[in-house]
Design a protein around this ligand. Structure first.
Ligand code: FPP
Length: 268
């Protein structure tokens, strides 16, 4: 299964060696989340229209998925379409929907063969019927896979996620199923659409913007951030290795002091 391939090419011995070193040099994040940005600007640098950049971005999605599965990452979450992206020109929105349908048609079989489960979070019901159908099919086909979960954030925003959780909790309080004093971090977490997914260890944003842009607002409280100037269509495995190397050098204190962290890691 280590010989996973989503693009039909065999892994090179050099790449295998790089990954072996990375696994030996520190922890591989359990959950990586990516804000894929810069497709439009990438296309512009090539004198092309924006959708050309989105198309090239699909190749980066494939590469990132393959590498994460090879490295043993368990969850890869991609910000593929934000709630705010609905405000884009309708031609670009439709082109993105078509691209998603095409990608699902083309890639689901490969995901399944490689034991990767597809998941989707967001207001999927806002998507065109054809898109919803294709997505539902891919989710069903891959639902029993265990190697890695590839989660697409579609019509997703962090504020929407928190709002829908608050509504569900308010309903439960209203019907007497829970008391207001029962509301704590864990209960809120359990009502987010990511309830079954651990918080991201590493968040990557491409194209040099220092923003979270309404991504996993609650979930990223202690995530490590990695920002690169590279536009998403140019973001390939070498960049992902750099991001993980950077993550491995960080000391994650979760509010504690260095000495406490050292004590915990030596006792586990
Ligand atoms: C951001 O670049 C990218 C998006 C809003 C869409 C990302 C979509 C893909 C990579 C293709 C489809 C995805 C899947 C999962 C099959 P931008 O348009 O904001 O670029 P800009 O900031 O340069 O304008």
């Amino acid at each position: 299964m280590d010989s996973i391939s989503l693009n039909g090419n065999k892994q090179t011995p050099e790449d295998f060696e790089l990954q072996t070193k990375l696994k030996a040099s520190g922890r591989i994040p359990e959950h990586i989340a990516i804000i894929m940005d810069g497709n439009g600007r990438w296309a512009k640098t090539k004198g092309n229209i924006r959708i050309f950049g989105h198309k090239a971005g699909v190749d980066s999605v494939r590469d990132a998925t393959e590498v994460c599965a090879q490295l043993g990452v368990k969850y890869l979450t991609l910000y593929a379409f934000s709630t705010e992206n609905w405000r884009r020109p309708s031609a670009e929105v439709s082109a993105l929907m078509n691209l998603l349908v095409q990608a699902l048609r083309r890639e689901t079989k490969k995901l399944n063969e490689n034991d990767i489960r597809l998941n989707a979070i967001g207001q999927i019901e806002r998507f065109p019927k054809q898109c919803q159908k294709q997505l539902a099919e891919a989710l069903e086909i891959t639902k029993d896979n265990n190697r890695m979960q590839l989660c697409l954030a579609l019509s997703y925003s962090g504020r929407w996620d928190i709002t829908q959780a608050v509504r569900k909790i308010a309903d439960a309080v209203k019907s007497g199923d829970i008391n207001p004093e029962d509301i704590d971090d864990n209960l809120i977490n359990d009502h987010l659409v990511t309830a079954d997914i651990p918080d991201p260890d590493l968040i990557i944003r491409t194209s040099g913007e220092f923003r979270i842009s309404n991504f996993l607002l609650w979930q990223l409280a202690y995530s490590e951030l990695y920002i690169t100037n590279t536009f998403w269509p140019d973001f390939r495995r070498d960049e992902l290795y750099k991001a993980i190397e950077s993550y491995q050098k960080r000391e994650r204190r979760f509010g504690k002091i260095s000495e406490q962290v050292a004590e915990t890691s030596s006792s586990t």
